[in-house]
Design a protein around this ligand. Structure first.
Ligand code: F6P
Length: 341
């Protein structure tokens, strides 16, 4: 069999572990050939590729980023995208293409599969918001990085009796905020799923100071917004790919809390730090299992599906069911944490 692979969308720790695992299973296990396309769908559309043999994937298991490069180009957004993908597949004699990516990539893979192309998806995103898989790889690493940062920020916040508003990634879902907030014992957490009440947030922080505590840590997912009409809030615009480009919730909340509480409040934006560097052991294992199972799915000709973690098992689920659904933080999980609703 000849299998193509690409990594698309925002990068995420564990991408290289998937690529390595796929090559091991395909080349050493089945005697297949694997080629990788550079910079996601862009490489497939342009025929920009490299051969992936065992040597090419040696030593990449623990490396962050992706040896293939990534981009946010999507064939389903180009008028002739599906035709170009189809002719590249024929040109390279490919029997299957594995697209490793988040919501946008998997949506594109689904649409290509709907047109009869042999696409298989592998879900990745630090946001952990893909439906029908319990977890996506990259999430555990992002939560670990953010938790370490919060642990460090607590000590400096305490020294200076400050409120720190720590902005973590999470455009539409608050999984990272919820988990790192719980792990580090944040005093308030706000998530995009539920517009927050500024009065409740202010009261929560004020009560802490009234009780004699000398600092407070608020974790805010970048996509969180206040309840409509409560405070002046700049939601930002969108980037060239139509994704939200936020105006900075931490900065805006720090200003608001400082004004309301007469305490020094500072914003801290963790940003791409959460996506960079070596994956945790958990993410390496999940990514490695996804890679192996994607190759097995290709051999079963189980196209139009993606790998998923269900309990302890890796299964495949139809892409049509996984996207455009989204896995959001349920109210019950929020109730267990210091969420401000
Ligand atoms: O989807 C993953 C993600 O890391 C989001 O959490 C974040 O909002 C976005 O990507 C950032 O994208 P970019 O790197 O293109 O700014």
């Amino acid at each position: 069999m000849r299998i193509g692979v690409l990594t698309s969308g925002g990068d995420c720790p564990g991408l290289n572990a998937v690529i390595r695992s796929m090559v091991h299973r395909a080349v050493a296990g089945h005697g297949d050939e694997v080629i990788g396309f550079r910079d996601g769908w862009r490489g497939l559309l342009d025929g920009d590729h490299l051969k992936l043999d065992l040597d090419a994937v040696s030593g990449i298991l623990a490396r962050g980023g992706t040896i293939l490069g990534a981009s946010r180009v999507r064939p389903d957004r180009l008028p002739d995208g599906a035709e170009r993908v189809g002719s590249r597949l024929a040109e390279h004699g490919l029997d299957a293409v594995v697209a490793i990516g988040g919501e946008g990539t998997l949506t594109a893979a689904r649409l290509m599969a709907d047109r009869g192309l042999p696409l298989i998806g592998v879900p990745k995103t630090i946001d952990n918001d893909i439906a029908l898989t319990d977890v996506t790889f990259g999430f555990d690493t992002a939560v670990s990085v953010a938790t370490q940062a919060l642990d460090r920020l607590k000590t400096t916040a305490e020294s200076h009796q400050r409120i720190l508003i720590v902005e973590v990634m999470g455009r539409r879902t608050g999984w990272i905020a919820l988990h790192c907030g719980m792990a580090a014992g944040a005093h308030a957490v706000i998530v995009p799923e539920r517009p927050f009440d500024i009065e409740e947030l202010t009261a929560k922080v004020r009560d802490r100071f009234t009780a004699g505590k000398r600092f407070a840590i608020v974790v805010a997912a970048e996509g969180a917004t206040p309840a409509p009409g409560t405070i002046d809030f700049d939601e930002g615009g969108t980037d060239v790919h139509g994704h939200p480009r936020f105006a900075g919730i931490a900065r805006q909340l720090a200003r608001e809390l400082e004004r309301r509480l007469d305490k020094e409040a500072r914003p801290v934006v963790l940003g791409h730090l959460q996506r960079g560097g070596t994956p945790t052991a958990y993410d390496r294992i999940l990514a490695t299992r996804f890679g192996r199972h994607a190759v097995e799915a290709a051999h079963r000709r189980d196209f139009g599906t993606m790998t998923a973690l269900r309990g302890t098992q890796i299964i495949t689920v139809p892409l049509a069911d996984a996207v455009p659904a989204r896995k959001t933080v349920p109210a019950a999980r929020c109730a267990e944490a210091a969420c401000v609703l």
